[in-house]
Design a protein around this ligand. Structure first.
Ligand SMILES: Nc1ncnc2c1ncn2[C@@H]1O[C@H](COP(=O)(O)OP(=O)(O)OP(=O)(O)O)[C@@H](O)[C@H]1O
Length: 338
């Protein structure tokens, strides 16, 4: 067993943990074979903390998020593991109970805002319904809170925009509305799946700061799924790095980004443009992400890894190489990033 990243002592950590995922595996049974989209994944998020779940496209980040939300549809299924939300195992709950949690204690912000917004209802109706679901307030107060939430995510003239329908907003504006609705829930857990990728950098920074403030002030645990390490660096307290369905490394952001241990994390950091000196070439990770239907034996990264040797043909065990760190690698790369 490894220690929980950032954990102080077991008793305080347990009381603060909002979500604990243990040994989660989510598979898709297809004609071509079983796709292990998520394979033995464990992580936790505490109250008021932000976990960045990072990895290349297809590494299993979204499927992890959908699994937590109970939104994996056939041919997908949770094949193993526990998902403890404030101590309750979500994998044991029925659809009605899960729906109740999703609309209430757990909020989602998806890549596609129309997964949150109702196309036939005005924005004020949707937002005020959200306020009424959580607070006994007057219509005026619900309207004011809705307007303020729209303002917080950078929507100009929020008073006027409240009476519009979703189709009257641009894609980026719709995403901001979806984020504003998630903020209104004041949930215990927000799961955000690349919601700001399509937005311009200034608005992205504004929204990240707002969501981070909410997490801190309201004790909300936040999981932010992204392929962008610079978002993780600016937003998250902890980071979990996914590769081919597995978390290969996790720990506190300040430690993982300064002293990454997994060669894949080194590669990801090396491929972030801002880290490269002007005029020098970006260091891309050599090779292709392997097909999840045809993974190499042992470590899935070994075919792209310069550190790999024959040991890596076996499954690397989970180790705790430092306080609050988790690693799956036989040959960690230990030099710090300068
Ligand atoms: N409905 C499905 N049927 C079959 N396989 C699926 C399905 N959904 C996801 N997968 C498999 O799970 C893998 C992981 O997908 P996932 O969407 O979680 O990746 P991701 O890391 O979120 O990538 P992206 O950043 O592109 O969203 C996919 O590459 C695919 O092989």
């Amino acid at each position: 067993m490894y220690s929980i990243p950032g954990c102080k002592s077991e008793s305080t950590a347990m009381s603060e943990i909002t979500l604990e995922v243990q040994g989660l595996s989510t598979h898709f049974e297809t004609r071509a074979g079983t796709i292990r989209a998520v394979d033995d994944v464990s992580f936790s998020v505490r109250r008021g903390r932000v976990l960045g779940l990072v990895g290349e496209s297809g590494s299993g980040k979204s499927v992890t998020g959908f699994s937590v939300l109970g939104l994996v549809d056939p041919p997908g299924r949770i094949a193993a593991g526990r998902i403890l939300f404030k101590g309750r195992d979500l994998t044991k709950l029925g659809e009605a109970e899960l729906r109740g949690l999703r609309g209430n204690r757990i909020a989602m912000i998806f890549q596609d805002p129309m997964m949150t917004l109702n196309p036939v209802l005005r924005i004020d109706t949707q937002m005020m319904e959200t306020v009424f679901a959580h607070a006994e307030v007057s219509r005026r107060e619900a309207w004011v809170r809705s307007r303020d939430a729209l303002g917080m995510v950078g929507i100009p003239s929020p008073e006027e925009r409240l009476s519009a329908y979703p189709h009257q907003f641009s894609g980026g504006m719709r995403q901001r509305v979806a984020i504003a609705i998630a903020l209104l829930h004041q949930p215990d857990l927000i799961l955000a799946d690349e919601p700001t990728t399509a937005l311009d950098v200034t608005i992205q920074a504004q929204i990240l700061a707002e969501v981070q403030r909410l997490a801190r002030d309201h004790g909300t645990a936040l999981i932010w799924i992204t392929h962008d390490l610079s978002v993780v660096a600016g937003l998250a307290d902890e980071v979990a790095v996914m590769y081919a369905g597995r978390i290969v490394e996790n720990g506190q952001v300040s430690q993982v980004l300064k002293r990454p241990m997994h060669p894949y994390t080194h590669g990801l950091i090396g491929s972030v443009p801002s880290r490269n000196k002007r005029g020098s070439k970006l260091r891309q990770i050599p090779g292709m992400t392997p097909s999840l239907l045809n993974l190499p034996t042992g470590c899935a990264f070994r075919t792209r890894c310069q550190q790999a040797d024959e040991k890596c043909e076996l499954d690397p065990p989970i180790t705790a190489p430092a306080e609050g760190r988790m690693l799956r690698c036989f040959n960690p790369q230990l030099e710090a990033i300068v």
